[in-house]
Write a protein that binds this ligand. Structure first.
Ligand SMILES: O=C(O)C1=C[C@@H](OP(=O)(O)O)[C@@H](O)[C@H](O)C1
Ligand SMILES: C=C(OP(=O)(O)O)C(=O)O
Length: 462
């Protein structure tokens, strides 16, 4: 693969962008399936798995803990679980590099708690700022010894000494990240007494992601009772092996769909699940707030005997923007958009380009993401000449893009800051993006896919 230029000149189309984009597998589903497959009662087969920095870090982490994960065909991996009784870890333990992956740093420590031996967790420098305290406190409350410098500060690096966890009731303040809950729930069926997790803080962000965790656990035959709001009871028991395909990453579809809105064009994403737990399905309601039309066409069944049957499990999502009487993209003022979570950076790019004001609310926890995304989005918008008001948990955009001008945008090792910049580059001349390669966290092929869509250089399938 050729290395993209740094800074990377964001491609700017001559007119509306039209194309079809196949997005790679979901990061959130890939890393959940990998964890459950590593803890399952037999081998699993996963198709359409994401191959990116975050998924590779997860594969390495689970391999260090005794799972055996191999690619058996392009995009297909076989997972042989950690042997019963846990892996035989070396006397001085193993080290797990979490990179900047929230799913690795929050999902793997509870798995390490099941092993016997020391598991040291480290990560990128930027990862040391991401909150871990509630996970470490919950593990300690469950009888797991946690030490190392981060045990005091509630951050990486830390060491988990597994073998002591029995399960039972535990309280967790997950107002900082839904991943604190997801991580504990994923390993919970393997605890002798299961887990009764009680959330104690303000509201849990990204509730869709907890719904996804519960859904994948149930799919593996695990009993989860979530009938009491803010509480989850996971029964102890085996985790059934998986033989499944990973849905495309609908959050990562966002910047491509936003390209239709930003340029007044049309972008289609095939293999869109008709029903899903992914938060990215919310593009269907978010993009119309910017004036886009969203259409879902179920795909005709390949195996239908009558030739008229339709499969309702997937379809193609098509987003169309529009042009005003002067031939300029019409991007309507979205008003308030609440709880956009990991979709916020892409929504922010459209808010900046919109014809009137918009506000993203309920996103305070994004300060603990790859970077403090509220400050980063406000700062980088400012570089382009956009005056964004940063509140404790909101961003307000005045709208009106005529005064925006080119600039070199920083990305803070944050893949979604990079795609935010790329979307703006569609409409604002002279946008350069620092470290576009940071998109490798979840979408290593992003620069080629984006250029293919914008230039049409790869034909209709970018
Ligand atoms: O469980 C997951 O797969 C994720 C949960 C969310 O984390 P937060 O709850 O910390 O926002 C989301 O933003 C992240 O990208 C992925
Ligand atoms: C917050 C994100 O990632 P992570 O899984 O590292 O938390 C994200 O992808 O927007």
């Amino acid at each position: 693969m050729t290395h993209p230029a740094d800074p990377w000149p964001a491609p700017r189309p001559n007119g509306p962008v039209h194309g079809t984009v196949r997005v790679p597998g979901s990061k959130s589903l890939t890393n959940r399936y990998l964890v459950l497959a590593a803890l399952a009662e037999g081998p699993s087969r996963l198709r359409g798995v994401l191959d990116s920095r975050d998924s590779r870090l997860m594969v390495q982490a689970l391999t260090a803990l005794g799972a055996s994960i191999s690619q058996v065909a392009p995009g297909t991996v076989e997972v042989v679980p950690v042997p019963d009784g846990g892996p035989r870890l070396p006397a001085d333990g193993v080290t797990i590099d979490c990179g900047l992956a929230g799913t690795v740093m929050r999902f793997v420590p509870p798995v390490a708690a099941l092993a016997s031996g020391a598991v040291h967790f480290t990560g990128d420098e930027a990862a040391l700022a991401r909150p871990m305290g509630p996970v470490l406190e919950a593990l300690a409350a469950l009888g797991v010894r946690v030490d190392g410098p981060g045990a005091e500060t509630g951050t990486l690096p830390f060491t988990i000494h597994g073998g002591g966890a029995d399960g039972g009731r535990v309280e967790v303040d997950a107002s900082g990240s839904s991943q604190f809950i997801s991580g504990l729930l994923l390993a919970a069926p393997r605890l002798r007494r299961g887990l009764h997790l009680v959330h104690t803080g303000a509201s849990v962000p990204s509730p869709e992601h907890i719904g996804m965790t519960v859904a994948v656990l149930r799919r593996c035959g695990v009993t989860v009772d979530d009938s009491v709001p803010g509480q989850w009871r996971v029964s102890p028991g085996p985790i059934r092996s998986l033989d499944t395909a990973v849905e495309p990453d609908l959050s990562n579809a966002g910047p491509f769909l936003a390209a239709a809105v930003a340029t007044g064009g049309t972008v289609s994403v095939p293999d869109w699940p008709a029903e899903t737990t992914q938060i990215g399905d919310r593009w269907r309601s978010i993009l119309p707030a910017f004036g886009a039309t969203v259409e879902f066409s179920p795909v005709p069944s390949a195996s239908g005997t009558t030739g008229t049957e339709t499969r309702t499990d997937t379809g193609t999502l098509t987003v169309s923007g529009s042009l005003d009487e002067d031939g300029r993209p019409r991007i309507t003022a979205p008003g308030d958009l609440d709880g956009t979570a990991e979709l916020a950076p892409t929504a922010a790019a459209l808010c900046l380009l919109a014809d009137g004001p918009g506000r993203l609310t309920g996103i305070g926890h994004l300060r603990g993401h790859e970077t403090d995304r509220l400050t980063a989005l406000a700062t980088e918008s400012g570089r382009l000449g956009g005056q964004v008001e940063e509140g404790p948990d909101s961003l307000s955009f005045p709208g009106g893009r005529d005064h925006l001008h080119g600039a070199t945008l920083q990305t803070y090792e944050d893949h979604r800051m990079a795609t935010f910049a790329a979307v703006l580059g569609l409409a604002v001349p002279g946008v350069l993006v620092r470290d576009i390669a940071t998109t490798a966290k979840t979408m290593p092929d992003f620069p080629r896919m984006w250029t293919g869509l914008v230039d049409g250089s790869d034909g209709p399938d970018a």
